[in-house]
Unconditional design. Structure first.
Length: 123
């Protein structure tokens, strides 16, 4: 496939393009959590304890701008905001499932044990 430019960035292949949309530490975990239900910002933050408020806000803005989630603000005090996965976001879920399965297999192959704490450790 020939190189292409999107949003002033040069891409060399469709995988690079897709990973730029859904890659990184937090995009897939957020989409994974939204696959079954709407969630408020505070619920996402509680479910992802290692993400900072700044990072969560930033990633949610990116996912919304790219059409993977929608954000609904309710006119109440205190403000209530809900995030919902879109059809585009739903199309990512099977990809995440495959990556999760592959990651679990690799962890087993590399002897990585889950600690139940903040991070897995190598054997």
């Amino acid at each position: 496939m020939p190189d292409f430019i999107y949003d002033k960035k040069l891409y060399y292949n469709p995988v690079e393009f897709a990973m730029d949309r859904i890659g990184g530490t937090w995009k897939m975990p957020i989409l994974w959590r939204l696959r079954e239900k709407k969630m408020r910002y505070s619920e996402l933050k509680r479910d992802l304890p290692h993400i900072t408020h700044k990072m969560l806000s930033s990633v949610l803005r990116e996912l919304e701008a790219e059409g993977f989630v929608t954000r609904k603000v309710y006119p109440v005090v205190p403000p209530k905001v809900e995030y919902t996965i879109t059809r585009r976001g739903e199309r990512v879920i099977p990809v995440i499932e495959v990556i999760r399965k592959f990651g679990t297999e690799l962890m087993r192959e590399f002897g990585v044990k889950e600690t139940g704490g903040t991070r897995g450790q190598q054997k």
